[in-house]
Design a protein around this ligand. Sequence first.
Ligand code: NDP
Length: 427
Amino acid sequence: MSELNPRTTHYEFMGPPGAFAVTFGVPFLTFGLSLACSEASGGCPNSWWDIPPNLIKAVSSLDWWFSLFDLQAFVLYLAWYAFCVVSWAILPGAWVEGSLMRNGQKKLYKINAFSTLLLVLGITGGTLWSKGPAIFTVIYDRWIGLVTASVIMSFAQAFYVYAMSFQPGKLLALGGNSGNFIYDFYIGRELNPSVGSFDIKCFNELRPGLILWAIINFAMACEQYTRLGAVTDSMILINAFQFFYVADALYNEPSVLTTMDITTDGFGFMLAIGDLAWVPFIYSLQARYLAFHPVELGPVFTSLVLALNVTGYYIFRVANAEKDDFRNGRNPKNLTFMVTARGTKLLTSGWWGRSRHPNYLGDLLMSVAWSLTTGFSTPITYFYPVYFLVLLIHRQLRDDENCYKKYGADWEKYKALVPWRIIPYVY
Ligand code: NDP
């Protein structure tokens, strides 16, 4: 096993100090953004500089400290998580093989995330029909308690998988076996922590966080409706865009099996907090803002934002489909490719001939469209595209390094053929 699990000698994220900073920084930022842009702090500030006074105003209230741990919100969150697990277990789904691992094996994954979404849709629709929109406003009212619950769940899972990774026979992530607790806890020590056939990483990647994000957006539309007696065009747009993004990810569940998170990264605090807290509670910032700050975009601006989102989605979907088809032995467009010494082939035409991460470009365009739905009164709702740009550039650098390790000189040849990293002719 020690040959299969070599010591990690190269640190990412600036090593243990960086891992420590992100481990505490991400929950802090999740609470910070929830608070800084909230009715409790007087709305969403007009400039980044107004965030500190807004935060101080919010946390000076004793009520806020009491709302930090909210038993009802905690139970609600646990019930949601349990619902996702039970849905995974009982809903039918094909078992699909993942990528070949270093130990020569392939893991099997149950594909039923989209069925879980359909079940959620049915339950949500039925509840809306029978009880009306007001019942969903509990999510807006108990926001901070729900954020706390997701952060606790992330820490609990990260500690659990870290402890379990020391059991004999585990396949560790190449990047998460440094021997430094803080670093390995953050990066993820074990590659695929599982309980029986239940793969914790793959499950968290798509279900409890992504579907919750769509539910939160819908709850924000309900909140707006209970206040205005109507829903604005911007709220409809953000719900439609992000629901479509979530549904697309769940519908294409097998595609996640070839992503870096599944094939390369271990499951640790980084992915746990990202999947469980950051995605649902930060990515829904635009809808939450619109719940208390309605914006009407009008037909012209709506059409422009729609066009940007559709363009981004087209690039994102076609690029991901080209790679996914190719990795699964199909090449319906007869794209050109190069064969590497490792035996794996790399596409050199189509979207993967235009840049080395065309899918990131599509994702970025969509993120800008989402923020545009909130108008221009505050820069805070533009946090997502700014953060996402930083994340994707960092991710591209990490992937480049990993691919160089995998492909060596072939990767340099590929880079010469496809010189642009994300945006053709720009970066
Ligand atoms: P990619 O889907 O881009 O996968 C990178 C891998 O693809 C490489 O490691 C390599 O692996 C393979 N590859 C690289 N070049 C080629 C080529 N020319 N031909 C064939 N295979 C190639 O990266 P991610 O896993 O980072 O992203 C997956 C999706 O998730 C993206 O659409 C991204 O935008 C999205 N994403 C969204 C986030 C969010 O928060 N919304 C966060 C992060 C990602 P190998 O050769 O070993 O197969």
